[in-house]
Design a protein around this ligand. Sequence first.
Ligand code: KIV
Ligand code: ZN
Length: 538
Amino acid sequence: MNTTEGRVPTSPASPGGARVRIFDTTLRDGEQSPGCSMSPQQKLVMARALDELGVDVIETGFPASSQSDREAAAMIAKELRRPTLCVLSRCLPTDIEASVRALEGAANPRLHLFLSTSPLHREHKLRMSKQQVLDSIAASVAQARALVDDVEFSAEDGIRTERDFLAEACAAAIVNGAGTINVPDTLGYTTPQEIRALFEFLIGTVPGARGVIFSAHCHNDLGMAVANSLAAIEGGARQVECTVNGIGERAGNCAMEELVMALKVRNAWFEADTGIDTQRLLPASQLLTRLIGMPVQRNKAIVGANAFAHESGIHQHGMLRHRGTYEIMRPEDVGWPDSQMVLGRHSGRAAVAHRLRALGYALEDEQLDRVFADFKALCEQQRVIDDGDLEALMHGTDAYEGGRGQGFRLASMTVSDRGQRASAQVELSDPDGKRVSESALGDGPVDALFAALASATGVNLTLESYQVHSVGIGADARGEANLSVRCDDDDGRAYEGTTYEGRGTSRDIIEASALAWLDIANRVLRARRHADADMVAA
Ligand code: KIV
Ligand code: ZN
């Protein structure tokens, strides 16, 4: 299966400076971490997205570790022809054979071998002497090179290895045919200055170093994986191993979206760039979130919901004048449709006026004063004010009905999860004060609860994200539920397909979830009433 077809270019070839190869290990180092496992089919779906992103190398798994990894690697090898496909092996003949079988038919196969080099790992994990480690590297790389042209060697825990011995280990791999030498910071222990100096040392002293690619693989235990990878590039690394959303062992790996955008935004500083289609970063991140069910935090760089959202009055005002005042990159460049002006307690008059203009309301100063005062009052009850709320405010305080006070209210609820399916029963008081009672079954208590609320209110919502966490401490602790839903009423009204966010708090998280759901349903119902009133007026 020797082939050189489609090998990753070895010379810098980019107008942005040196070309840094992106080696994605979402499907191996990412997938092997708690809560991130994927079926072979899911890995194939993710691999297609990585291919579209323009990733140079995709690490598809560790074939010797499981049947599922073997299947995934083989499925991906059959389908993807452009990127280099790589699998991981220990320095063992049987691992290498399993890897070669898993890559059968791949257009651009790479074998990735690893062995620990640090004193701690040599003594306690491997129980091997320095010479045994060097012999094992030499024999395994030679075995792999006899089977595949493209071989990478990783010195596991390389950062905590004696410098001179690490250099010997790299030399042993190079002389036996490895084309890529990876120096992992397996424990996320290094610092930018240290790793930069290490790469400069290795590239400057290891025999044959100038003819191979040096690669960084940084973990995030001290929150420095991206900074360390960038510093390794400054030290001469021309491949970075990273994962989408930074998933990976413990605190994760270097986050691809952050590294790629740092190189793009600060290109003049780093004089290096990647081949990634950055507009596909957000879709890839969101796909991974859906596949593994692990959302990124709101304030995550590049792909978090707050990454291009502005709520404070001063920032919104600046953004409306010139987006460069508070943004260093364009949201469109990473896949977001636009920046988001979140209207809430911290927003100013300028942002409210701007949003109202976008909704078609050009207000005189006096009118705006009135609406802005109502807006501020509503912010005391509600964290985020969406377009539906603004529409309600524009229909005047009578039509607005005092915020959410007049909607459905929760009178009582019972949820049980004992039988094969969970069941929920809710009693609400409707906007006229009448009691409505409904029950429903569901796949879990929350699913049953939301189904019962949907029948009681007549509002159909599709859950996009659901998060609960505790606020406060000790005896004062309360559960807060945050929902993001799509309104899927199919009656063709304007708000159909709109995404709403709602929040509820209670001592009981199931009740908090019901309150968050009703918060949204009441807003949908208000929008419905205004849409009906507008139709009658027209
Ligand atoms: O972190 C690490 O050392 C690794 C190697 C197996 C490359 O993931
Ligand atoms: Zn790792």
